[in-house]
Write a protein that binds this ligand. Structure first.
Ligand code: KG4
Ligand code: ZN
Length: 365
């Protein structure tokens, strides 16, 4: 709490007051990130955000878990120090530490969790374990005051594809998820098939912009126009069939150099159409006036434009975080941590890291 330095250090410690200052730490995959946020309720200001991306994985065409853990170890201390100094604050002035503890690579998560625990213990301040996907859900709210519940959320990252109805912060209806590859994973795999660098989402988007949309009209996965809400696949996603269709197109091509922009275009159109259709179904079914996107694939401007074109005519506002906040970062973790902190949640020093776990606050769909 800003006036008196850090929290009060007894059982009542951590009760929200006018101004709370939280350090967020994110190490779930290949970004070492730290951020400081200040505020209360939905009035939270980002004071700093440091993101160190581990470029080494590009050499291997994917994240190598052991290398990721080691890289987090070497960078976590300077990244946190930098976030504190950019925010003009110090460890002694923090009220709590929020750290991603699930889902992600366990060895990578453990670096952030262990460091967060050590900091919280040494300063006798609360520790909050944050679910990485709940972090993505809060990212847009850092920049857009109106990106608050109720809304329909589409979280599309390298590891997840989740369609949620968000009635209020902490109450999430899981409507649909991918049955195989995540949307970002599909982008990355198709990029690899087309000989593009890793991670390939933005390269596919660039290439697709120059492609002919008519040459490779891939089927839209799980999009039957006569589908009903009671059908099991009404909100579900599946991208592995689309990836196989791309693989076949690549194999059949007599000149991949000539065809690759058109294939990228056909792939992206199919994937985006599917994401837009399912999100529109959810916004419509729950009469939501706001749609919030999150996760690395939300950097895709073509996706955001298609979502707006489809929904804005119905009076629905679409919020996307800027690329720095859409991809993995500690500001979104601190923001979700803020909410959990104000709910009175505290993690013990036995907080563990988990490769996967459901987003907290799920209510029956
Ligand atoms: O959320 P994120 O940073 O990490 C995970 O939690 O997975 O998402 C990374 C994913 C990668 O698959 C990457 O290819 C994708 O986001 N991505 C994009 C774009 N920029 C990043 N996908 C499509 N279009 C983009 N412009
Ligand atoms: Zn992520």
């Amino acid at each position: 709490m800003r006036d008196g330095g850090r929290g009060t250090g007894d059982a009542g410690r951590g009760k929200p007051t006018a101004m709370t200052r939280i350090l967020g730490i994110e190490t779930s995959c290949d970004e070492t990130s730290a951020a400081v946020l200040e505020g209360s309720g939905d009035d939270v200001v980002q004071k700093s955000l440091v993101i160190l991306s581990q470029d080494i994985h590009r050499v291997f065409g994917g994240v190598v878990p052991e290398i990721a853990s080691r890289a987090h170890l070497t960078s976590i201390v300077p990244v946190v120090e930098r976030a504190l100094s950019e925010a003009g604050t110090s460890l002694d002035s923090l009220d709590a530490i929020a750290v991603t503890n699930t889902p992600g690579l366990v060895g990578a998560l453990l670096v952030g969790v262990s460091y967060g625990k050590a900091l919280a213990f040494s300063r006798d301040i609360p520790l909050i374990g944050v679910h990485h996907m709940e972090g993505h859900l809060f990212a847009a709210a850092l920049e857009h005051r109106d990106a608050v519940p109720p809304f329909t959320a589409l979280l599309v990252s390298g590891g997840h594809t989740l369609l949620l109805d968000v009635e209020s912060w902490g109450r999430y209806k899981l409507l649909g998820a991918t049955r195989d590859d995540a949307a970002g994973e599909a982008f990355d795999k198709v990029a690899k098939l087309l000989g593009l660098p890793y991670p390939g989402g933005r390269y596919i988007e660039q290439l697709a912009a120059t492609g002919n949309p008519k040459r490779f009209p891939f089927a839209r996965p799980m999009v039957r126009r006569n589908s009903q809400p009671k059908d099991g696949d009404y909100y579900a996603f599946s991208f592995s069939g689309l990836k196989t269709a791309v693989l076949n197109a690549v194999r059949d091509s007599s000149s991949i150099e000539d065809d690759k922009a058109d294939i990228a275009r056909g792939f992206q159109d199919s994937l985006i159409d599917t994401l837009v259709e399912k999100t529109a179904r959810a916004a419509n079914a729950f009469s939501r006036q706001r749609v919030v996107l999150g996760g690395g694939v939300a950097c895709n401007r073509t996706l955001a434009a298609a979502m707006r074109a489809r929904l804005e005519g119905d009076g629905v506002t679409v919020f996307t975080p800027s690329p720095r906040l859409a991809t993995d970062n500690a500001a979104m973790i601190a923001r979700a941590g803020f909410f959990r902190f104000e709910q009175g949640e505290r993690a013990g020093l036995d907080l563990n890291a988990y490769a996967s776990s459901p987003i907290p606050g799920l209510v029956a769909a």
